[in-house]
Design a protein around this ligand. Structure first.
Ligand code: GUN
Length: 298
């Protein structure tokens, strides 16, 4: 029996490496001018996933020659202390980028925290000024790293977005909403017809089947099934879900928002997970950090 056709894999690891090489050259150019780009990570509490994410980001910053430092605060830190720390980092000329790892422990307000970071140092793109610029199509702001990474994946793997039907699954502030804002702009590599699908949407499967491109970012294990995907569509899996697995030495394994094995027989292109969106998020964070240093050096 002939093999069933399989979707082409969108190699996020490889594309992220290409971006890191570009970023490294920009770091070297800044260093030649006497400027070492610097990022400070702020982590509050001991959430294991946040610990792992910040460790990975720090390691990559170090690899690229970016100065990085992590400030760890106890989970019970009063919000006012965290805001005071951010004001200090805002005023520190050696710090070009500031990243406060989410989620933050109750009762700290993420809105107040993200609004306190100087927008010029907001390499996460979460400050309301940067959110507004993204919606307005003003490229002088910072874009959130995960949707910016998905956008780069589409561009660098030759996926046409102009006029395309895009379905974004999930309306979160970190991925879904900014993803929609990026792809609906009247601009090259955008110009898509975007539908945002969420937990109250009707006819989800039918809506997905219309899509030329599906970005799954709702945080539900293998939510997207093969019968929800049009043959030849492009499928991007942003999901990182922990599933109990006693056979794994950690006691869990990570599973995406798409049923990869079934969908790869239907889709035209698909991201592996891991190895798809994850490395791109870090690549965009490093690129944003160097951008912040370049802007603040002018
Ligand atoms: N938590 C999950 N994703 C992100 C992100 O992109 N940035 C920050 N700061 N926290 C996160």
């Amino acid at each position: 029996m002939p093999d069933l056709p399989q979707a082409a894999l969108i190699d996020g690891k490889q594309i992220a490496e290409t971006i890191h090489n570009e970023t490294r050259a920009r770091v070297d150019a800044l260093k030649a001018k006497g400027v070492v780009p610097g990022i400070t990570f702020v982590r509050v509490g001991e959430d294991p996933a946040s610990q792992a994410y910040v460790r990975m980001k720090e390691k990559k910053a170090h690899d690229l020659g970016i100065n990085s430092r992590t400030v760890v605060l106890p989970a019970a830190t009063p919000e006012a202390d965290l805001l005071a720390l951010l004001e200090k980092l805002n005023a520190d000329p050696t710090v070009h980028g500031i990243l406060v790892q989410a989620p933050l422990p109750h009762p700290i307000s993420e809105t107040r925290v993200f609004s306190t970071v100087d927008p010029r140092k907001d390499v996460d793109g979460f400050h309301p000024a940067n959110v507004g610029k993204l919606l307005l199509g003003d490229a002088t702001g910072f874009r959130p790293c995960t949707p910016a990474g998905v956008h780069e994946l589409l561009i660098r793997s030759g996926v046409e977005t102009k006029g395309a039907e895009v379905v974004v699954l999930g309306r979160g502030n970190i991925v879904g909403k900014p993803m929609a804002a990026i792809l609906l702009q009247k601009a090259p590599h955008a110009d898509a017809t975007v539908t945002l699908v969420h937990s109250r949407s009707r006819n989800v499967a039918e809506t997905c089947r219309r899509a030329d491109i599906i970005v799954a970012a709702m945080g539900q294990t293998e939510f997207l099934k093969a019968d929800m995907v049009k043959p030849g569509a492009v499928v991007i899996d942003v999901g990182v879900n922990r599933v109990d697995d006693p056979s794994d030495k950690r006691g869990y394994r990570l599973v995406g928002d798409v049923d990869f094995e079934a969908i790869r027989k239907v889709a035209g292109k698909i991201t592996p997970n891991p190895g798809g969106v994850g490395p791109m998020t870090i690549a965009m964070l490093m690129s944003n950090t160097v951008q912040a240093a370049e802007n603040l050096t002018k």
